[in-house]
Design a protein. Structure first.
Lengths: 134, 508
């Protein structure tokens, strides 16, 4: 299980997000990318069996960069942190078909993300175990 | 005038039905067995097939898809003397128009014929299905064509859709194709993954909340229902929707109105709902964990995605499509499956369905870097090990190559293949006389014992009940449907077979 974290910018939430995912159940391998531009080439490489992506878009420009690689994200369960909750931002974000959306405006975001990603990992591990047992 | 093929091994029934068909002003073609029926279906433009189940050369139910997807794609009505609920369900799932049990009255057959022909006339008359942008929804097997037909219907309408299917069959992709081919394609497609959201979050995320609605709600939040206004709400893993939320969601589905948590005012949202699940909602309803009224609401249109093992005809098309996609994405020259690889893929049972196939191909592309052809040895080790295990355990009908052998060394590998699988334990234990096929796993062993006991019990039950269904159900303490299913599973018969003689007599 690989958790790809796209965390551009050195902002306060970055370390909180990393702290939140560090202790997830199932201990996924965590790979951190510093920009949405780096995410594209990474997603073009061969992928592991189970891959999740956590993407932070601290600005609308970052969200636009993520939209540029949307076709590469379409098969990957995505958790997305938006810069704000304006209707236009939300409408754009839905084009990425994220499994969970939150924003920088919500101080509780890292805990919520940890809970959601934890359940995702549990679900994918369960599916993988069932697949292997058959 | 329509052309109706009557398939029955009883000449009296064929003639009686042919007379009825002629009386209704249609042309009848007759076939005493499946071979002749399939030959006629391949050559003649048919509108409808009246199909018996037990035929001299096989089961009508098993040949139903072949007839259904013959060139003229006729409607099929099953007419059988051996009715059972499972058979009826199987027939309808395979595209039969109706399932009639003999003896059926002339009136009943006439009415069903007319309804089916009218449906066909309307379908052919101008309601041709729009062409779909299928994206990665690949396949042309009968099972997939049936799904695509309903998908196209769903895209052209705004009815609620329930997509069912095992994990990895592509439920989200179908939902996306429906949205993207529909009138709301320019509006949001809002995903709610009920399986991944903590229970205490679902309600506030769906409906939204006001500031101070609950501890920690420091800011108001617009719910996903509101965000889906004018677009599509995709409720994935709807079976995981907490019971506490089901009731309020049902109301919202009925009235398109909802109240955010902590708010006094209702909001309106004109969303189109597509739900998906890999769970048996009917069973959940029976167990009391899912609301029946909500299930009925979700099921306006149902798309049942077949598991990959039931559409292996699509394997070649799927593999070619995804290989091309993976190579394009990685900027690699195209790769192809070496001779024999497709057959190897076809011997696997694909519990993870298309998603697993994509993962296997992904891994193979990595392992075959620098080579144009993907051979069996480039397939992941776990996959080859499982195939080897099945072959050694005698479960595979065809001997497979030594797929557990390690891959040969290759130059220029960017992603090394996983280590080769160790020798299968069952190979080591094959010498045990108690288990000539190798020691089965505990689950298989227990299942086999339970099956034996069940079969023995059913034999006794048939004897003790004297073939009377009521007594048999009472003695066994099971429902009629359950008993039918058990008898079918063990290929046993409880009842005297009934023929269509009555119908012939009635018509005379």
């Amino acid at each position: 299980m690989l958790l790809l974290c796209c965390l551009p910018g050195e902002i306060e939430i970055t370390s909180r997000l990393l702290g939140a995912v560090a202790n997830l159940p199932g201990h996924p391998q965590v790979e951190v990318l510093k920009s949405a531009a780096a995410l594209g080439p990474r997603l073009q490489q061969p992928r592991p069996q189970c891959l999740l992506c956590l993407a932070l878009a601290p600005s609308r420009e970052d969200l636009a960069s993520l939209l540029d690689v949307a076709p590469l994200l379409q098969d990957i369960p995505l958790v997305l942190v938006l810069p704000d909750e304006e209707p236009q931002t939300l409408a754009q974000a839905h084009r990425l078909r994220a499994r969970y959306l939150t924003s920088l405006q919500r101080p509780e975001a890292p805990q919520m993300i940890a809970a959601v990603v934890g359940r995702m990992i549990e679900k994918y591990n369960r599916a993988w175990d069932t697949q292997q047992a058959c | 005038m329509s052309v109706i093929l009557i398939v029955d091994d009883d000449p009296l029934i064929r003639e009686t039905l042919a007379a009825l068909v002629a009386k209704l002003g249609h042309q009848a073609l007759l076939a005493p067995d499946l071979a002749q029926a399939l030959a006629l279906a391949a050559e003649c433009p048919l509108d409808l097939v009246l199909l018996d189940v037990q035929l001299p050369d096989g089961s009508g139910l098993e040949s139903l898809p072949a007839l259904k997807w013959s060139p003229s794609e006729p409607e099929i009505i099953i007419l059988t003397g051996h009715g059972d609920p499972d058979g009826a369900e199987l027939a309808i799932n395979n595209g039969a128009w109706d399932y009639l049990e003999k003896p059926a009255s002339t009136q009943e057959i006439k009415l069903t014929l007319q309804q089916a022909l009218e449906f066909r006339r309307q379908r052919r008359a101008g309601r041709s299905l729009p062409a779909l942008d299928r994206r990665d929804l690949v396949g042309s097997s009968p099972a997939m064509r049936a799904c695509l037909e309903v998908t196209a219907q769903a895209a052209a309408s705004l009815a609620n859709v329930l997509i069912t299917g095992e994990t990895g069959t592509g439920k989200e992709l179908v939902a996306w194709v429906i949205h993207d081919n529909g009138p709301r394609r320019a509006r949001p497609f809002v995903v709610v993954d009920c399986g991944c959201l903590p229970e205490n979050l679902v309600e506030s995320l769906l409906f939204g909340h006001e500031r101070g609605a609950f501890t920690g709600a420091n800011l108001p939040q617009e719910g996903l229902l509101g965000q889906a206004d004018g677009g599509t709400l995709f409720l994935d893993e709807v079976g995981e929707l907490p019971p506490s939320v089901q009731k309020s969601f049902l109301r919202c589905l009925q009235e398109k109105r909802f109240r955010p948590l902590g708010s006094r005012r209702e909001q309106h949202s004109d969303f189109r709902l597509i739900a998906a699940t890999n769970r048996d909602l009917e069973r959940m309803v029976a167990e009391g964990t899912f609301r029946q009224d909500l299930m009925f609401r979700l099921k306006s249109l149902v798309i049942e995605l077949p598991p990959l093992r039931e559409r292996l005809d699509d394997l070649g098309e799927l593999a070619a499509h995804h290989l091309e996609r993976i190579c394009q994405r990685a900027g690699l020259p195209p790769k192809y499956l070496a001779p024999g690889v497709l057959e190897t893929l076809g011997r696997y049972h694909w519990p993870g369905n298309v998603r697993e196939l994509v993962n296997v191909l992904e891994s193979a592309v990595g392992a075959a870097s620098g080579q144009e052809e993907i051979s069996v040895f480039h397939l992941p080790a776990y996959f080859r090990a499982k195939l080897a295990r099945r072959a050694v355990g005698g479960k595979s009908a065809t001997a497979s190559p030594d797929v557990s052998a390690p891959p040969p060394p290759q130059a220029g590998l960017t992603a090394a293949p996983a280590p080769a699988a160790p020798i299968s334990p069952s190979r080591q234990e094959a010498a045990d006389p108690a288990y000539p096929g190798g020691l089965p796993c505990l689950k298989d062993f227990k299942e086999s014992l339970a099956n034996q006991a069940e079969r023995q019990y059913l034999h006794s039950l048939v004897r003790h009940s004297g073939g009377d269904i009521h007594s048999a159900c009472q003695m066994a303490g099971v429902s009629r449907g359950h008993l039918y299913a058990l008898l079918k599973k063990h290929n046993l018969t409880l009842f005297k077979q009934v023929s269509l003689q009555d119908l012939a007599a009635e018509d005379a």
